[in-house]
Design a protein around this ligand. Sequence first.
Ligand code: SF4
Ligand code: SF4
Length: 62
Amino acid sequence: MAKIIIDHENCDGAECGECVDVCPMEILVIDGEKIKVQNAEECNECEVCIDVCPNDCIEVDE
Ligand code: SF4
Ligand code: SF4
């Protein structure tokens, strides 16, 4: 199962939400001000979330 790590220190959260918009599996969701990871077992490791993140604050480990 992929492990998705969000660096909340550098994440712009709800103000950004780019990763939420592009994730095809709806794993990244907005929870209040923050980004939350849900159903990580469904992540297909496409890494588009990493590509769109302006702050390089997402890590996807296999
Ligand atoms: S790697 Fe792909 S499926 Fe996994 S969280 Fe990122 S955008 Fe979603
Ligand atoms: S794209 Fe990056 S900065 Fe924007 S909400 Fe997602 S993790 Fe945070």
